[in-house]
Design a protein around this ligand. Structure first.
Ligand code: APR
Length: 251
């Protein structure tokens, strides 16, 4: 299917679900995980059980988060990919947005909070694993100076952790329920900027396809679900959305 034919198709869809990964934020200056230079090529992940049981692993985790936030969180702004999804909402075409990203850029681009499902949580908040109290992330990062000890909750002394889902950590039940519901009811399911390597997130495009959705995958590198897709675009996300926006404006 050509991009022109895809534009003709997506123009008529009223219930589009977008499913995004780190690839949609790289053109905003945030590295992804598995591309050359990505996060997992520079750090090894801290698994949840190790975070809970080992102080040294907690220190390693907070150092990794602090370093990566310092390298890219200065003036990070949404890019045309985030704003294009917002434009679909403005046209009344967005049924929902499932994101694996924790950078909050979809929300900053203006997509309504009630439309966003953050499967892997958010870096914008820090949570106490014991009492569930939330803190603004920057308030906690300010405590991480010098040879810091891992931060604990002011209320109960419990372990604090960014409100993201680490490997080995339980997935958020409500987010999973909403993602399942959106995947089952999507008319078109558009995957953008993900290697589709991580479960259970990577199961939602399959559920959508099996439930009758038109499946589109926009990604620079091949993904395991390419053969399942009705439309594949192999290329840069920014360029794709510039071209798609032009084609939709021409209508
Ligand atoms: N244009 C198009 N595609 C891009 C671009 C770009 N500008 N930048 C990156 N990509 C693609 C890469 O080709 C890659 O396949 O985005 C994909 C990003 O894949 P990953 O780095 O694996 O990120 P993601 O799929 O979101 O990872 C899923 O893994 O570590 C966990 O919790 C983490 O949510 C994350 C999950």
């Amino acid at each position: 299917m050509t991009l022109e034919a895809f534009a003709t198709k997506i123009r008529t869809c009223r219930e589009i679900v977008f499913f995004t990964g780190a690839g949609i934020s790289t053109e905003s200056g945030i590295p992804d995980f598995r591309s050359p230079g990505g996060i997992w090529t520079r750090y090894s992940p801290v698994y949840f059980d190790d975070f809970v049981s080992s102080e040294s692993e907690r220190v390693r985790y907070w150092k990794m988060k602090k370093e990566s936030l310092e390298t890219y969180k200065k003036d990070v702004r949404p890019n045309i990919g985030h704003y294009s999804i917002k434009a679909f909402e403005d046209r009344g075409q967005l049924l929902g947005l499932i994101t694996q990203n924790v950078d909050g850029l979809h929300s900053i681009a203006g997509v309504s909070e009630e439309k966003i499902v953050e499967l892997h949580g958010t870096d914008r908040k820090v949570v106490c694993l014991q009492c569930g109290k939330y803190y603004p992330a920057n308030e906690i990062y300010k405590r991480l100076v010098g040879d810091f000890t891992p931060p604990v909750c002011d209320e109960c002394g419990g372990l604090l952790k960014p409100a993201t889902v680490s490997f080995g950590q339980q997935m958020p039940v409500e987010a999973m329920r909403r993602a399942q519901e959106l995947s089952e009811s999507a008319e078109m399911f558009v995957v953008v900027g993900t290697s589709l390597q991580v479960q259970p997130a990577a199961s939602f495009p399959v559920i959508a396809k099996r439930s009758g959705a038109f499946l589109a995958i926009i990604n620079r590198d091949p993904t395991p679900l390419d053969s399942l897709a009705d439309f594949n675009h192999r290329g840069a996300i920014g360029e794709f959305f510039r071209e798609l926006t032009r084609l939709l404006a021409d209508s």
